[in-house]
Design a protein around this ligand. Sequence first.
Ligand SMILES: Nc1nc2c(c(=O)[nH]1)N[C@H]1C(S)=C(S)[C@@H](COP(=O)(O)OP(=O)(O)OC[C@H]3O[C@@H](n4cnc5c(=O)[nH]c(N)nc54)[C@H](O)[C@@H]3O)O[C@H]1N2
Ligand SMILES: Nc1nc2c(c(=O)[nH]1)N[C@H]1C(S)=C(S)[C@@H](COP(=O)(O)OP(=O)(O)OC[C@H]3O[C@@H](n4cnc5c(=O)[nH]c(N)nc54)[C@H](O)[C@@H]3O)O[C@H]1N2
Ligand SMILES: [Mo]
Length: 750
Amino acid sequence: MHLFASHLGTFEVEYGADGPRLLPFRHDPDPSPVGLAYLDLVRHPARVLSPMVRAGWLENPHDPQARRLRGRDRFVPMPWPEVASLIADTLVRTRDQYGNQGIFGGSYGWASAGRFHHAQSQLKRLLNLSGGFTSAVNTYSYGAAAVLLPHVLGPDYKDACDTAPSWSDIDQGCELLVGFGGFRLSNAQVEAGGTGAHRAGPALRAMAAKGKRIVVFSPSAADAPAGPNVTHHFVRPNTDAAVMLGLCHTILASGALDRGLVDRCTSGFDAFADYLTGSTDGIVKSAAWAAAISGVSEDAIQALARSLVASPSLVHVSWSLQRARFGEQPYWAAIALGCMAGHVGKPGCGFAFGLTAVNSAGQPVRRLKGPAFDQGRNPVRHHIPVARITELLEGEHETMDYDGQVLLLPKIGLVWWAGGNPFHHHQDLNRLADAFRRPETIIVTDSLWTATARHADIVLPAALPFERSDIAASSRDNWLIHSRRIMAPPPGVLTDHDGLRHVASAMGLDAAFTEGRSESEWIAHLYEGYRARYPELPDAETFFEYGYAGLDLFDAAPAPADHFRAFVADPAAHPLRTPSGRIVLSSPAIAGFGYNDHPGHPSWMEPEECLLSDAAAAYPFHLLSPQPATRLHSQLQHAGPSQGSKRHGLEVVEINPGDAAHYGIADGAIVEIHNERGRILATARFASHLMRKVLVLPTGSWFEPHEDNRGRVDRGSNPNTLTSIRPTSTLSQATAPNSCLVAIRPSLGP
Ligand SMILES: Nc1nc2c(c(=O)[nH]1)N[C@H]1C(S)=C(S)[C@@H](COP(=O)(O)OP(=O)(O)OC[C@H]3O[C@@H](n4cnc5c(=O)[nH]c(N)nc54)[C@H](O)[C@@H]3O)O[C@H]1N2
Ligand SMILES: Nc1nc2c(c(=O)[nH]1)N[C@H]1C(S)=C(S)[C@@H](COP(=O)(O)OP(=O)(O)OC[C@H]3O[C@@H](n4cnc5c(=O)[nH]c(N)nc54)[C@H](O)[C@@H]3O)O[C@H]1N2
Ligand SMILES: [Mo]
């Protein structure tokens, strides 16, 4: 079978009279409509068609004045061998001047599916062979949780899908599912590395339709699934931790707390209880207190506290909640609440994160450990938490506090980005554009003229995923897919591997980089690595011919939540890998770091930008920027689904009709959204499912800065023109775009 694999799933390729087209994979119960449109990129209007070098940089790469032109300058084409020696010389020069730590190769981003043609791994392998680079740790997806949870649950629960019980356990064992942040079902189309079968969306929809009791807290009622027993509560953005603390306090104050589980399985409860009752700060974290902060009614909080204890329940939090200022707190508070409700360790109960954020959360498979393309070893120890790129490039500070450490921030002379789009994913893009003008050299490998490519000095064109063959597999999925090349890349465009091979040759590293293998030999080699681990897989010839292999792991593998089951049944025999061996409800280690933005137990702190803060007087709306239903981040921006969802060529921002009337905004009108960081254009759409004073504008629309009579404006409607780089906290230094205040007005322009 001829298959194409992507982060949006697997598709069958059919060759008709007017060329190839994609069809749903016959084993996929819920194929992604966005993925089906992948081949719209064949005639992409913004394709990079040859290596390109910025004119000003070529004239004088050392001139800081000329760097100011980055993002506005002209580019000239250059043949591969020439650009490869130019890059080789520049790498050597940067190394001599700054040391290897002066090369930033963190290169965060989703690139595309495929184990061999993984852009970051390819780049990092070359940079490692040439002495290493400053790297980045953690993710934009789960940056706060991944640093907090090792302190609270131990390192076994660090990864983004580690806490989720299986859908079947939830279906059978849980009677009340409480979802903070709800379930944005369009997100479940996606799985990093691809999937053969989308199961998450169908699983939740079926449960809701069957009458499972589900309570959703979200500023948007659209985050609640349809079902006869589904309740939705509006909650002010960024105040969920207060609701959870109010629930905890209600359980404690009503005497409903059964101390058995708390005493056996947690440490530090008493200090947390002192905070709840106000004996530490004089503030009782009662349901009434939580209601005043969150806008959820006191009655609803009290009733839910009773239900959480009375029925086998699961407290669930979306990843989006930790992508906000103090985003660690709703996670820690949810764990405390789950423990106090008393159902941790029962199948499908307790606490969990990330169901429906991607397809694999809730899949009872954690086994498929595949061989990845070997990146080698990085001798440079310098690294940043991934969302601190602006601070690194600005170079104003030599150190940064992070998770009890002091990180050294080296001076950066060269940045090389492959397979990611920081001018999509990072916050405060106008400030990022300035920071990008600091280093001497910026190299970007991408298929398209993204805003990131436009801010580079050297742009290398990469083949799109359907222009190469590969093996796709995700570690929590039971499918291995042979993604087969559908067409050749345009002349002048190479795969990442082939392009880097030119640079490796120019540096005398060809043999080390390729190990003498061709691309197809590498892919066959990776497959043999799987076979060595899973002997039940067919031989290589059969696999590549047949097109896929499904490992029969679903019924055999234990659900991840079984780990808590064993722990709760006998904490002494199955301790967690935390300092106390139990779930940590107050952490001496974190308290000892002394960060004023991250206390030693779950806490409520008011973000500088939220509807309660003083800043809301000038900027009265809280802007949320969820994942786009019609794209993968900034990818597929030019495909049918994404283009079809725009109005007047602009991304659509949702606004409550009452607010719109107040500000003189008509349904379908072009609006300006602004704050001190920037100004964007978008098209308003009335959304009565949205609470007052909240705007929803999905990410991924391409940053397009222009000058008009009011100054700089982003006609690309990118929410990150408006968001702040302020971190979640000093502990994790993670991204916090969901804490963002803005003002909105009808646009004056045409
Ligand atoms: N405001 C706000 N911002 C956010 C978020 C949010 O919730 N709100 N979410 C954040 C999250 S969770 C994430 S994960 C990030 C995502 O941010 P990114 O992962 O950076 O976003 P993508 O658009 O997927 O960028 C991938 C880039 O790789 C290119 N590419 C694809 N395949 C290849 C290839 O084979 N080779 C090469 N060289 N290039 C390739 C694509 O053209 C694209 O430019 O965004 C973050 N940003
Ligand atoms: N189609 C599509 N799917 C994707 C992606 C994509 O680009 N496109 N990206 C993938 C990636 S990389 C990731 S990390 C995941 C992200 O998955 P998530 O982080 O779960 O998703 P988001 O879409 O950012 O936000 C989900 C919902 O959270 C709600 N929310 C935001 N802030 C608050 C708050 O303070 N309180 C409450 N109660 N609710 C709030 C919003 O209403 C939003 O609808 O999605 C993945 N899925
Ligand atoms: Mo993400």
